[in-house]
Design a protein around this ligand. Structure first.
Ligand code: ATP
Ligand code: MG
Ligand code: MG
Ligand code: MG
Length: 439
């Protein structure tokens, strides 16, 4: 992409409405625009990152054997009357009437709808296990939307639902989700710690939230510092193996880590004092096992091996796709701007032309730009007629992991400069060497 032809409305001044750094940087970098309280347009730069995050989610769900689909945003109130949640859900639910005065709602989550799909089409235990998921916009009429996309009213969520014959099978699905979530967040450059939590309106008492530690997080968390040493890394897990998934769950949940809702002071005090941590965190996902809470009232049953009909055991599993942009920036920025982890960056590399209009500098930049594209990179070429200082400031603000700076003086010796956004270090290399380093 050429910056001169792109749409990236960068703000020079800090927007007044932003209270936290991720919101400020997303507005300054021209990634989002608020349309109403907690409702945002995703401008091209923000949209790119959103899609990359979504893509990682899809890849990791596929790896775990979960099946993608898409359900609508609008739902019929009747389904929610069946589960009893239409009245229980309260004011967070946006209720709508159509022209025939039928009650609809903008889905805040999809347990009822997926259960309806399941009961219409699945009859036998032989079709289990089954895990279906989608990535779709949700609406929750949050009382205090704030912090930009972190607490929006309209937000993008991945929500998945498992259907199993027995509690044991459903707990395996739970563990499989835990493993796949650990991988998912690490690919985004995040450490998200599974913590014992509360079921809330989804229900069930077996649940973990995934929290990214950050001072601006809305949850208070209590944990054993040893947990931050754990890393999932690139291990190869067989998602069908009950033992392997169970072992990961045990490894990542055996140390004390809880949100304030389930915090137990007496248990916490058993940890050696120097390892006790009280901090704040951002909830970027949650997994639930809730058994037959929805399948029973809604009649989602299968015929078991003994010929008897039984309600299926279910769980649901959510990732805050749009919230993750904020969480990643909270965890990865400096005073100049965003520092995108490689896994989610909107462009791989920025090219800065120090002397736009100079024939040889322009042609060196063009050659680099074309070559990078043909090698499968996604470069952002700053070809605007701007001062070098302004170009550097923009690149630092938008946080691409690599910058290649091209100027007449370096070119005289066939050199360009390759700079890492994370540590600020630069090396002088030939254009070919610079490209080879990016691989
Ligand atoms: P919170 O405690 O922050 O209100 P929640 O527990 O109500 O979140 P879940 O029902 O667990 O949310 O939904 C799954 C994920 O969706 C959450 O872990 C979070 O990352 C994301 N999410 C929930 N509410 C919002 C929101 N208002 N804006 C952006 N993301 C959200
Ligand atoms: Mg909530
Ligand atoms: Mg919560
Ligand atoms: Mg939650």
């Amino acid at each position: 992409m050429r910056l001169s032809r792109y749409f990236m409305p960068v703000l020079k001044e800090d927007p007044k409405e932003a209270q936290i750094v991720s919101h400020r940087l997303m507005l300054r970098a021209g990634m989002i625009k608020q349309q109403a309280a907690g409702i945002y347009s995703w401008l091209p730069m923000g949209y790119r990152v959103l899609r990359r995050i979504e893509q990682i989610v899809h890849e990791e769900q596929a790896r775990a054997g979960h099946i993608a689909m898409l359900m609508p945003t609008l739902q019929s109130a009747d389904l929610w009357r069946e589960s009893g949640r239409y009245d229980d859900y309260g004011e967070e639910m946006l209720r709508i009437k159509d022209r025939h005065k039928r009650d609809l709602l903008y889905g805040p989550t999809n347990e009822e709808m997926i259960t309806d799909i399941f009961r219409a089409h699945v009859n036998s235990y032989k079709d289990l296990p089954l895990t279906l998921y989608h990535v779709q916009w949700k609406f929750r009429d949050e009382i205090r939307p704030r912090f930009g996309v972190m607490r929006g009213r309209e937000f993008l969520m991945k929500d998945g639902y498992n259907f199993d014959l027995t509690r044991e099978d459903a707990l395996h699905a739970y563990n499989r989700h835990l493993v796949s979530y650990l991988r998912t967040y690490e690919r985004m450059g995040l450490q998200a710690i599974p913590m014992r939590a509360d079921g809330g309106p989804i229900g069930g008492d077996y649940t973990h939230e995934f929290l990214v530690l950050a001072e601006t997080g809305e949850s208070e968390v209590f944990y054993d510092s040893e947990i931050t040493d754990l890393k999932f890394g690139s291990r190869d897990i067989d998602y069908d193996s009950v033992e392997q998934c169970q072992a990961v769950l045990e490894e990542f949940t055996s140390r004390y880590a809880r949100t304030d809702e389930t915090h137990d002071e007496a248990l916490f005090n058993q940890i050696p004092a120097e390892r006790r941590r009280v901090a704040r965190g951002i909830e970027v996902g949650q997994i639930f096992y809730f058994g037959t809470k929805y399948s029973e009232p809604m009649g989602a049953t299968v015929v078991g091996p003994d010929g008897q009909r039984v309600p299926v055991h279910m769980g649901s599993h959510g990732i805050g796709v749009s919230r993750l942009l904020g969480a990643i920036i909270e965890a990865s920025h400096d005073d100049k701007g965003i520092i995108w982890p490689e896994g989610v960056t909107p462009f791989h590399v920025g090219i800065v032309n120090l002397k736009q209009g100079d024939a040889s500098t322009d042609s060196a930049c063009e050659a680099l730009y074309k070559e990078l594209k043909s090698q499968g990179f996604d470069p952002l070429y700053d070809d605007r007629d701007e001062r070098a200082g302004a170009k550097f400031a923009t690149m630092d603000l938008i946080g691409l992991p690599w910058r290649i700076t091209v100027g007449p003086r370096g070119l005289a010796a066939n050199k360009v400069e390759l700079t890492s956004r994370r540590n600020g270090q630069s090396v002088e290399l030939s254009p070919q060497e610079a490209m080879a380093r990016l691989k």
